[in-house]
Design a protein around this ligand. Sequence first.
Ligand code: MLT
Length: 527
Amino acid sequence: MFRILITDKLGDAGLQRLEEAEDAAYEMNTDLSREELLEVIPGYDALIVRSGTKVDAGVLEAGERLQVVGRAGIGVDNIDVRAATRRGIVVMNTPHANAVATAEQTMTLMLALSRHTAPAHASLKAGEWRRSDFVGVELYDKILGIIGFGRIGRLVAQRAQAFGMDVLAYDPYVPEEVGQEMGVSLVPLEELLPQADYLTLHSVVTPETEKMINAGTIAQMKEGVRLVNVARGKLIDEQALADALQSGAVAGAAVDVYSQEPPQDNPMLQAPKVLHTPHLGASTIEAQRAVATEIVAQVLDALRGGGFRNALNMPFPAGPEVAAARPFMELGEKMGALLDALAPDSIRQVEVTVEGDQADDLVRPVAAAVLKGILQRSLSVPVNDINAHLLAEDRDITVSQTAGLAPADYPTLVSSRARWEGGQHTLTGALFGDGRPRIVQIDDAQVNASPEGTVLIIRSDDTPDVLGQVGTVFAAYDVGIAAWHMERKEPGKEAFSFVNLDGVPPEGLLQALEKIPAVTALNVAAL
Ligand code: MLT
């Protein structure tokens, strides 16, 4: 039974889905202090949050059996994604579910700011009738500058165009063609700022974007610009914006988000011409229903091993199509474990090549699996597809991955080379017709070995009596042999045996084999 903890309010539709799941039990507790969260989290397989719970490295560390953190919404700035990755915990969000709600909130605020809706309402309620004090401006024929042209930015562009606005956008990660198709010019920030009558922010907070609206960028803006922020408060230097509102350089601002929420001692609260809302971008019935049902479905799928939709920290796209890669990942993991067993020293470099059918799709999942195979024996933390690359990086292992054209003899071939100080080994593997993985080459030698169970690799001089001597030792230790594959490059040179044992080698077996003069190296791998 999977145990799921929900620590921020989640829509009933999502809870209903969890109640229907026969393999999952959930608890919703939205009042937990950090200490209480640390205390209870070890008992859960998944944690579902919105923006209210801070999922920091300590919480992730305490979550001994935590496999998934699901964010019902888009922004994951309350989750330490890198710490989750290091722990092998998948982090997923629902990037589509509340995009329309957020785009509509942007338009709501842009219009309300332009027409003084909030102060006019307050004035009328106070018994006044001051029509001439609330003369507004139109969106029509104005230039809207969109900073961050992802899903929400594009929805805002469509809506603004319907109001007759000309739209410019700035997003260093979006190609120009995307804008062209929508009639939006993607321009550098320094071109956008002096032209825009309205600015709206739709970026995530990163070290590059934090406080990107500051005294310097405000100085580049058109005099009398109006600014809307429904993204994140930390995108703005709030003191600088408050000063610009005071001086009139900025004619008005609508803010739904704050650097600290709820805002306290925030200069924007005292600034004139500001329309405030309490982080309501995603707060529609439709969006809350959608984020709740989507995150529950995604978290259940991930726990059941059925796919990792909208995972933010998988090293490869991980929708349901990942099922096709699984047998190759199994092969890659076994190759990694064999390389780890064969390497006499710490592996410093790993090269993974996939050639043939779907090589482009397979190479990243297979590379993660090879690293997992290499690392898992020597590390005390569990290694999985999510943390394998980061753990390799922590250990200064350089990794390269290459997709190649179809090889001659197999539809798809996986090769993996590991180098260490002074040496290297290369394994090549394939899936045979029965779907089982096979090792087909070890360094220069062609083999047909099954990487299953306990494997003993024996390197020896190619003397006539070595097979008999090794067999005698196996018999003496009552060792069952499932398969024994022997290869040599040329007669009289080095030979090696790939032996599938029936179980783990009994005490003393390896020492007895080492005493055979022709035996030069022994390696055992549990696959
Ligand atoms: C989001 O990131 O999804 C929105 O800001 C709404 C929220 O924080 O829940």
